[in-house]
Design a protein around this ligand. Structure first.
Ligand SMILES: *Cc1c(COP(=O)(O)O)cnc(C)c1O
Length: 224
């Protein structure tokens, strides 16, 4: 059996206190999340809206829920009233949808821009020039109900930690460039969400401020 509380303790010994741990609970039952909660974990990440909604109502209300997976514009509305951070903004269209729903609820919603840093074709995300174009546009400046808190990226799925480190390094450079160009006086632009169970140490070496850990906490998943 997976000892979730033990796994969290072990992780905390390996991760500096300044780095936030998002416990990725996708596919895992509510009871597992509650066990992690009782061990002190408060930030949880899910990648599917329906699953997140179903679990959330059965769990304590002081959990910070992060949406970490690809988000469709037609699913945005349901998470806006409560979501703490959306890691996966990968288009201006999606950011606009988030803003428009946030206006309706009177919230300012925290968002990360997802960048495509892996060599795989399938991962979602901006490249630096696309993001710059968006951040410079007047239509972006009209979005008053979203707060861009930083960037997120997923490295190539490989055991080659040197290659992974290079990709995370690229993301750190993008983060620093954007900070210099568009968020210089904005202390809120501070998060570099990178690192998962297989590569979190590499990510932290490259400057990660937020790691998203699933299987090392909850045990292996069958898929996703
Ligand atoms: C599933 C997932 C994770 C966690 O993966 P593990 O390898 O189980 O730690 C992190 N980030 C995203 C975007 C995910 O979909």
């Amino acid at each position: 059996m997976t000892d979730i509380a033990h796994n969290i303790r072990v992780l905390k010994e390996q991760i500096p206190a300044s780095v936030k741990i998002v416990a990725v609970s996708k596919t895992k039952p509510v009871n597992d999340i509650l066990t992690a909660y009782e061990a002190g974990q408060r930030i949880f990440g899910e990648n599917r809206v329906q699953e997140l909604l179903a679990k959330k109502d059965q769990l304590p209300s002081d959990i910070s829920w992060h949406l970490i997976g690809h988000l469709q514009t037609n699913k945005v509305k349901q998470i806006i009233p409560f979501v703490s951070l959306i890691h996966s903004i990968d288009s201006f269209r999606l950011l606009t949808a988030v803003n428009n729903e946030a206006v309706k609820t009177g919230r300012v919603v925290n968002c990360l821009l997802q960048f495509h840093i892996a060599s795989e074709e399938t991962k979602f995300g901006f490249d630096e020039s696309e993001a710059s174009e968006m951040l410079e546009s007047s239509s972006f400046k009209e979005l008053k109900n979203v707060r861009i808190c930083g960037v997120m990226g997923m490295a190539t799925l490989t055991d080659d930690q040197k290659a992974v480190g290079k990709e995370f390094g690229n993301l750190r450079v993008i983060f620093n460039n954007l900070k210099d160009k568009y968020f210089r006086d904005n202390a809120g632009f501070s998060e570099l969400s990178m690192g998962m169970s297989g590569d979190f140490k590499t990510a932290i070496n490259e400057g990660s401020t937020m790691v998203r850990i699933g299987s090392l906490i909850f045990g292996e998943r069958l898929n996703r």
